[in-house]
Design a protein around this ligand. Structure first.
Ligand code: GLU
Length: 437
């Protein structure tokens, strides 16, 4: 069998949509799975709608997702040019072939392809056999001299020796025309695999570029983990059949194949995407998480402490609580800034019942003499509660609120340990002086 060559063939006429990204991804996965070649071909024959800006967004988004191409723009290859706008001579030659075979003719200034009059069978790797008769001749060059999609798409797949055409199900209806063209050129047919549509999260219809979560750029801006986005996209239309969805990409590559691609349309689920992101974040090795955390905290305008050990401890402590990198800075900012904000809702919760101020005063006296190690701190608070005949939980929320301004976040005693005795006492002291109600 010849070596697999697959291509992603976008027309850069808009932002990088998750539907396109998923098509690119499935091609990339199949190339990786088979040890084949992944080609990026730019179908930019529509000069009016193509924009350099969109091409850059596309390339940037693909690289961000880790979908590096083996041949194409910026990397070159032996089958170029990889922009259709630079292949006019090739298209002319191929038109000549069709003319010589009596399969192309001029009409009304355009050039038409003469269909065979025979039924064609598409053996689709996902949708099975689809039989169709192409009844009418169709244009392959417009009257303004520009070539039509069906023609350039097939010519390029022939020239680039594409073995598998993996693309959106919306192209299923075009494929009969393509088969006619391949046969007219007496070229071997690639194996076609059409992949299901991505439906919007609610209601009917295909996910459009206006739907929330539809553009790869959104995830880049919100600091999603590219591995998480890629993992989620793998599950839109492919089923590993092992009851697992969150997987490292190496495992997906080894499992990915056409029988796993489902015929039914996939529904986009924003919450599920967020969940994948959280799971991938939590699973990151500590050093990777620390790098990411540093960047996101600094981008949020928070000056990190110069004490590298303290910074590492804060990030390691809050790593299990991180649900996304967009909100992560607000989870840790109080570690680095003594002027932290007291959250109004948290305050209401904490002061709702009991006598928190008195509890905090009692706790302060004990903390002054305590060893700042989380277990020891916990034991000290339990003992204090016993002494006063109340539940230990009467102490916890007010201590947390006083030192962080929040009512949730990192586990309390490890958090006190990381903040350290000096900071904790200073903060409680200041709180008691300023905030007593
Ligand atoms: N330019 C076409 C598209 O973006 C390519 C279709 C194909 O993969 O054959 O839909």
């Amino acid at each position: 069998m010849s070596k697999v060559r697959v291509r992603f063939a976008p027309s850069p006429t808009g932002f990088f949509h998750i539907g396109s990204a998923r098509t690119a991804l499935f091609n990339w996965l199949y190339a990786k799975h088979t040890g084949g070649t992944f080609i990026l071909r730019i179908e930019d024959t529509d000069q009016e709608r193509n924009r350099e800006e969109y091409l850059n967004i596309l390339k940037d988004g693909m690289r961000w997702l880790g979908l590096d191409w083996d041949e194409g723009p910026d990397v070159g290859g032996n089958y170029g040019p990889y922009f259709q706008s630079e292949r006019a001579d090739i298209y002319k030659q191929y038109l000549e072939i069709l003319r010589q075979k009596g399969r192309a003719y001029d009409k009304d200034g355009a050039v038409f392809f003469k269909v065979s009059g025979e039924k064609q069978v598409l053996h689709d790797a996902v949708y099975g056999d689809v039989e169709r008769l192409e009844e009418k001749d169709f244009p392959i060059f417009r009257s303004n001299g520009t070539p039509v999609f069906h023609f350039v798409n097939v010519v390029d797949d022939i020239c680039m020796e594409v073995t598998n055409v993996i693309r959106g199900q919306d192209h299923l209806t075009n494929t009969n025309k393509h088969i006619e063209l391949f046969k007219a050129f007496e070229a071997p047919l690639p194996q076609f695999a059409h992949i299901p549509l991505i439906l919007k999260s609610e209601g009917q219809g295909k996910m459009s570029k206006r739907d929330r979560g539809a553009l790869i750029e959104e995830y880049q801006q919100k600091n999603f983990l590219p591995d998480a986005v890629r993992n989620y996209l793998c599950m839109l239309g492919w089923n590993p059949k092992n009851d697992k969805e969150i997987m490292p990409i190496e495992e997906i590559i080894s499992l990915f194949d056409f029988p796993g691609i489902v015929k039914s349309n996939a529904r986009f689920d924003e919450r599920k995407m967020a969940h994948f992101n959280t799971e991938h974040l939590r699973g990151l090795p500590e050093a990777d998480f620390e790098n990411l955390a540093k960047k996101s905290v600094e981008n949020a305008g928070i000056a990190l402490s110069a004490d590298a050990d303290f910074v590492s401890k804060v990030f390691a402590l809050c790593h299990p609580k991180a649900s996304n990198m967009e909100t992560f800075p607000s989870l840790v900012s109080y570690f680095f800034d003594d002027n932290y904000v007291f959250d109004a809702t948290a305050k209401e919760k904490v002061f709702k019942k009991g006598n928190p101020t008195e509890r905090l005063q009692q706790a302060y006296e004990v903390l002054k003499n305590a060893e700042f190690e989380h277990d020891a701190l916990y034991q000290a608070m339990v003992a204090l509660a016993q002494e006063n005949g109340v539940k230990p939980t009467e102490y916890f929320p007010i201590i947390r609120f006083a030192v962080s301004g929040q009512s949730g976040g990192a586990d309390l005693f490890p958090m006190l340990e990381v903040l350290g005795k000096e900071r904790v006492l200073k903060r409680i002291d200041a709180f008691l002086q300023n905030n007593v109600q």
